[in-house]
Write a protein that binds this ligand. Structure first.
Ligand code: MN
Length: 762
């Protein structure tokens, strides 16, 4: 070790000083929270961690202890946790990475800390996730949540620091970690009300997955800062005067929206930066004693001052004062018209509300004495999560499904409704009468016929509104069917309906299996597992049980098995003919490892031998360009091993990329373009003002000047404005960029953009 350190030329003395400096800073930040023996406990945790990690370094070359120290600093400074959180953060990687065990932690720091570390160790996985392992781990994490929410908070801090130091990771790891972050951790931070952490995670995600666009937006924000500042101070001038003469103390925060949300808007609205107007929101943070009635009154007072000067948009008033969001967020949002005719979002809240908005759940602990209502909501949420978890998920697919449902729940707000007896029920917004029925009891749900809302009969698909009083009408003859899955939105109702359908489906499966076995016999084939699997693939079913079910239900006519036999015979014949000594790719559906091994075989020992070369391996490996993002040569891409269709090439910016990478990490393979001549289908979206001869000019550039092969062109004109789609074949991204530049110069064309989806449709 000494030798290694010497050869790396590391100044150990300086490092020791740095470590102590970071540690002292941590203590200083924590000081206001500390009581009794707290400082001693933190010191003990610090030295335990230093000692346990003493021979380890991070990938960047820094001493490992920098990481737990940074995580602890985030935990206290940005999340607001106390001693237990700090101790857990300092020790969070000890059990995972060193010789220390959970029992050691328990002996030294007690049961509570040991339990948190245990939870953290279970969810780590260190970025090497198996296909559905991560979903399973995530579930475990949420199970520990019901014991101690600090597990999640420390995990978020850990992830935040890893994202902040992502630079030292190789590119493929960066993409994977960043995708996971946007897929799970940012929504989780959002749901827990940790808005600043959520925004930073999103921001870092973008920085690593779309570095160019990220930097472009950041630069434009900097360039327009002065104009924005002038606008804000002019806008606020009359308001500030009136607030002051009303005796209200306030701080003004005129922060721009995050780069990530601007980027998202540009993509969703298909607009350039210059056309995004709501780049910032003005926030008025009022000083107030933390008494909830007085706080609300002050906020409304400020609102009336704002609207004295600017006309509000009545549709855009959001009152989170009287009804806080489930994560405790309180604020008054209004959009008003500025003198220059621009809509401006104004958020009004007190300093206590502002702290809760930034620090989320952790800040509640500080104020919990006088905010039991908010705390109640969070506990209710945790209870809901626990209920969902306890519904039981035996197999791996269920874990992934659960992850999806949990994710969709993260973003949902609630709807408040009443039973006929006046009991309040809180359901996810968008819930239907059927959800409500299942919430009351699964038997009530299973036999639900209709409902009465305010005495009026409504169907089971009726979407609940706040304040509805609902009476469920049942019938013993009623039973769940598949359509019901489209009616309900809560995971509870969905799980119950699925249970019921599963029971029923088992009958169809048995029928189907018998039918298939009989038919195979007639066709002179054995009902081996291999044949069954081929049948499954041939009829494009996910599982063989699904196949049997579809036969049993009659969705697949049993006579279609003849078609399968013909196809199989033909394939066998062909295979016999071309039984060259070639390697055959591993069967589809195998894991990434087998594929990587196979790729290595055919590439030999070349560097980067586990990278799929697109264009090169065409004849040897079965791959296709994904239709969701239509990559062309030059795009940043990766390969994804699908179950039935070989390898699909996606762009790293594909809308599905984050999901694929984080759910099925082991099926991702590196891929790059081999540079061989090939033409790729790409789509361009054009808009501008219409004039005679415009279409002619556009097509001339495409076919004459650049010799590009066009596949389709549609142009819609309305009131002198045109919108057009062009589909064409290009060689690579450079080729496409040249074309875009040329088209942008055509008179009347204002905007040319590449689009990815639906290239083969329409
Ligand atoms: Mn860590």
């Amino acid at each position: 070790m000494e030798q290694l350190v010497e050869s790396l030329n590391i100044d150990l003395e300086q490092e020791r000083k740095d470590i102590l400096k970071k540690y002292r800073r941590l203590l200083r930040t924590a000081k206001p929270f500390l009581k009794d023996n707290d400082a001693k406990l933190i010191k003990k945790a610090f030295y335990t961690s230093v000692d346990a990690h003493k021979d380890m370094r991070r990938r960047s070359g820094e001493p490992y202890i920098y990481h737990p120290l940074a995580v602890a600093q985030i935990v206290v400074e940005e999340i607001g946790l106390g001693t237990t959180g700090i101790v857990a953060a300092l020790l969070h990687d000890v059990v995972e990475d060193t010789d220390m065990g959970i029992d050691d932690i328990e002996r030294l720091f007690g049961k509570k800390v040991a339990k948190i570390i245990d939870g953290l160790t279970k969810i780590s996985g260190r970025f090497e996730y198996g296909s559905s392992q991560q979903a399973e781990n995530f579930r475990k994490m949420l199970l520990t949540l019901s014991d101690d929410v600090r597990v999640i908070l420390v995990k978020l801090a850990d992830r935040l620091h890893n994202m902040r130091t992502l630079d030292s990771m190789p590119r493929d790891k960066q993409l994977k970690i960043a995708s996971e972050t946007i897929f799970i951790y940012a929504p989780l931070a959002h749901r827990l009300g940790l808005y600043s952490i959520k925004s930073e995670l999103e921001e870092l995600y973008l920085k690593y997955t779309e570095p160019l666009e990220y930097r472009a937006i950041a630069r434009k924000l900097r360039e327009t800062k002065n104009i924005r500042d002038r606008f804000i101070s002019k806008f606020m001038e009359p308001i500030a005067q009136d607030l002051a003469s009303a005796g209200l103390n306030f701080i003004l925060k005129g922060r721009p929206k995050s780069i990530y949300s601007i980027w998202n808007k540009m993509r969703k609205q298909n607009k350039p930066f210059e056309e995004i107007y709501d780049l910032f929101a003005i926030r008025i943070v009022l000083e107030s004693p933390p008494e909830s009635d007085r706080e609300k009154a002050i906020c409304w007072q400020a609102y009336s001052i704002v609207t004295d000067h600017y006309k509000p948009n009545p549709d855009r008033l959001k009152d989170f004062l009287s009804t806080p969001r489930a994560n405790g967020y309180q604020s008054l949002h209004s959009t008003v018209m500025s003198k220059s005719g621009q809509w401006v979002e104004v958020q009004i809240r007190t300093s206590r509300m502002d702290e809760i908005a930034e620090k989320g759940y952790a800040a509640h602990w500080k104020y919990k004495g006088n905010d039991t209502k908010v705390k109640g909501n969070i506990e209710q949420w945790i209870t809901q999560v626990r209920e969902t978890l306890e519904n039981g998920f035996g197999d791996k697919t269920a874990a992934i499904e659960f992850l999806d449902e949990f994710r969709s729940n993260l973003f949902n707000e609630e709807v408040f409704v009443f039973t006929p007896k006046g009991e309040l029920k809180v359901l996810q917004a968008g819930s239907t009468a059927l959800d409500f029925a299942f919430d009351i009891h699964s038997e009530v749900g299973a036999h639900c016929m209709a409902a009465k809302v305010g005495g009026i009969l409504v169907p089971i698909s009726y979407v609940l509104n706040n304040g509805d009083q609902i009476e469920i009408i049942t019938s013993s003859k009623q039973k769940p069917n598949e359509d019901w899955l489209r009616i309900v939105v809560t995971s509870k109702a969905r799980a119950r309906i699925k249970d019921f359908l599963k029971e029923e489906n088992r009958r169809y499966e048995t029928d189907g299996r018998q039918l298939v076995e009989k038919k195979l016999k007639i066709l002179g084939m054995d009902a081996t597992a291999e044949v069954m699997n081929q049948l499954r693939a041939f009829f494009e079913c996910k599982t063989t049980t699904d196949f049997f079910y579809r036969i049993g239900k009659g969705y697949i006519p049993i006579d279609d098995l003849k078609r399968f036999k013909r196809d199989r015979d033909a394939k066998e014949k062909k295979a016999a003919e071309s039984s060259a000594a070639n390697n055959t790719p591993p069967a589809t559906g195998t894991d990434g490892k087998a594929l990587t091994k196979y790729l290595k075989q055919i590439h030999g020992d070349r560097a980067d031998s586990d990278t799929l070369l697109i264009g090169d391996d065409m004849d040897k490996i079965d791959y296709k360009l994904a239709q969701c993002c239509n990559p062309i040569a030059g795009d940043d891409v990766f390969g994804f091993v699908t179950i039935n269709e070989g390898i699909k090439i996606h762009r790293t910016t594909c809308p599905n990329a984050a999901e694929l990478m984080s759910k099925h990490g082991n099926r991702i393979i590196k891929a790059k373009w081999s540079g061989k001549d090939e033409a790729f289908l790409a789509g361009l979206y054009l808009s501008g003002t219409d004039r005679v001869g415009l279409v002619n000019d556009v097509t001339r550039i495409i076919s004459n000047e650049l010799h590009i092969n066009m596949r389709g062109l549609t142009i819609d004109t309305k009131d002198g404005v045109f919108n057009g789609d062009i589909k064409l074949y290009v060689q690579d991204t450079r080729h496409l960029d040249i074309l875009i530049a040329k088209l942008e110069q055509v008179e009347g064309v204002y905007n040319v953009q590449r689009f990815d989806t639906n290239l083969n449709g329409k």
